[in-house]
Design a protein around this ligand. Structure first.
Ligand SMILES: [Zn+2]
Length: 480
């Protein structure tokens, strides 16, 4: 700005200021520290002060963005990914089915609990008296509590004499301990045997063709493991909307074997998910307090401060392929939230830690809950069939805690959750908004993390390389 212009500008401002000052002298007197009240004498200094404030603010913003932007940039930068993955059948070491049958001297008969059955039902079924059941209970001692609640599919072993009398009864005290009651000796005895529990690590890779679960099944991953995989990445990937054919994943996971036989699926130790060209990684890390959480390759927590999809995930994920063919999730840009169609009664979870700020009837939205997470963020949930008991305005809720159930109260044509994310009270699109980031690992823990996950990172990279090579080879052969 030219000197004269600046001078004229000042003169005009002074004139306006003096005129206003005459009219509202008291007002300006009280606010003398504001820059409105400028006498000709102090003005240059005050302009300087303003400039300093402006310059200081600008400098601060520059410094802050210098600190923040690189981490954001690296967080947002898609890592170079192979354009396509070959489906490489990876041999999964599975349990030897023969290992399951442990030969015994006695002729034990295995019985599986059917739904609705009680222990006395099972004893009666085998022609055994309640006296014999009582003898078992009396002898079971420390293991007795395991017999108080039995579940369908649980297995009991009976050893019967030629006369049909009960000679022995075998059951699981817990998943790792087998208890045996013998009634055929002079005195009833109880013996306890620790079972060999073993974790076996597997690696699986798959390319998604039509559905997430289909791809998992091809790679030898059961539905439970696929839900775990989706759960790990749920903060970054919307498994209802974002999954594309051609997406791929590599998972390192544990399975639990008991006495050498497959017992149950374990946890995901490491995973890589390529979604629409974007690479996501997850590594399980044991924190000093003993709890586990998942972090990206760089040690950033995957868990976000707010969930994008606060309805029971497994309920919707299991319908993923169906949802693509017949969209059940009505989402329009025209309305200020996302509607998640789900059966009445589906639990609704708090999107993040916070305090219930409103709980009651809201016009159009029926039973409505508003949770305040911070000064900046709040989330809203509408059309609930009912609220969770014991919560009211002021109640603290934790991320994932059930706050109510899906319904169609208010103006709704079918049961669904209307979900809003509000930033300073203004609704933003929950599907695209950048969710607030949680605290990263402190430097000392980051060093531990890197040491712990390094072998897994190497293993996933080797797998990726092998797949790429296999793909190249297949292409080369095809060209010949
Ligand atoms: Zn809605």
């Amino acid at each position: 700005m030219a000197e004269e212009n600046l001078g004229a500008h000042h003169a005009r401002k002074q004139a306006i200021s003096r005129k206003a000052q005459r009219r509202h002298s008291r007002f300006y007197e009280l606010r003398a520290h504001w820059s409105f009240n400028r006498s000709a004498a102090v003005e240059p200094i005050q302009w300087h002060r303003e400039h300093w404030v402006l310059a200081g603010t600008a400098l601060l913003i520059t410094l802050l963005s210098g600190l923040i932007m690189p981490s954001w940039a690296s967080a947002m930068r898609p890592t170079e990914v192979p354009t396509a993955h070959a489906l490489l059948p990876l041999a999964l070491p599975k349990a030897d089915p023969m290992a399951a049958s442990v030969p015994t001297v006695d002729d034990w008969q295995a019985v599986q609990v059917k739904p609705g059955q009680t222990l006395s039902d099972i004893f009666s079924e085998r022609g055994l008296s309640m006296t014999e059941l009582q003898k078992v209970m009396d002898t079971a001692g420390v293991a007795k509590s395991a017999l108080h609640s039995i579940y369908p599919g649980e297995e009991f072993d009976f050893l019967l004499g030629n006369d049909g009398s009960l000679k022995g009864f075998r059951f699981d005290k817990d998943s790792a301990t087998r208890a045996t009651v013998r009634l055929d000796a002079d005195q009833p005895t109880l013996t306890m045997q620790a079972r060999a529990m073993e974790q076996r690590m597997h690696i699986a890779h798959a390319v998604i063709e039509s559905s997430l679960f289909g791809a998992g099944a091809k790679a030898g991953l059961d539905e439970g493991m696929m839900v775990k995989l989706a759960d790990v990445f749920k903060y970054d990937i919307d498994f209802i909307k974002d999954i594309r054919s051609g997406d791929s994943f590599t998972v390192i996971y544990d399975d639990i074997y008991r006495d050498g036989a497959y017992y149950q699926s374990g946890d995901i130790i490491a995973a890589e998910f390529l979604n629409h060209g974007q690479r996501y990684t997850a590594y399980r890390f044991k924190k000093p307090d003993g709890s586990y959480d998942y972090y990206s390759e760089e040690g950033r927590p995957l868990r976000k401060s707010l969930l994008r999809t606060p309805v029971a995930f497994s309920r919707i994920s299991s319908r993923f392929s169906v949802a693509r063919k017949h969209p059940i999730l009505g989402y329009t840009r025209a309305h200020k939230g996302v509607d998640y169609a789900a059966p009445t009664g589906t639990p609704i979870h708090a999107a993040g830690d916070g305090v219930i700020a409103y709980r009651g009837w809201e016009h159009g939205f029926g039973n409505f809950v508003l949770i305040k997470h911070s000064a900046k963020y709040s989330t809203a949930y509408g059309h609930m069939s009912r609220f969770e008991h014991g919560e009211r305005v002021g109640t603290h809720v934790r991320q994932g805690q059930v706050i109510g159930f899906v319904g169609m109260t208010g103006l709704a044509t079918g049961p669904h959750l209307h979900y809003e994310v509000r930033v300073f009270g203004k609704q933003e699109n929950p599907l695209t908004i950048t969710m607030p980031k949680p605290q990263p690992l402190p430097p000392r823990m980051l060093a531990q993390f890197e040491q712990q996950v390094q072998p897994m990172v190497a293993r996933i990279k080797t797998t990726d390389t092998n797949i790429r090579l296999a793909r190249r080879e297949a292409t080369a052969h095809h060209d010949e």
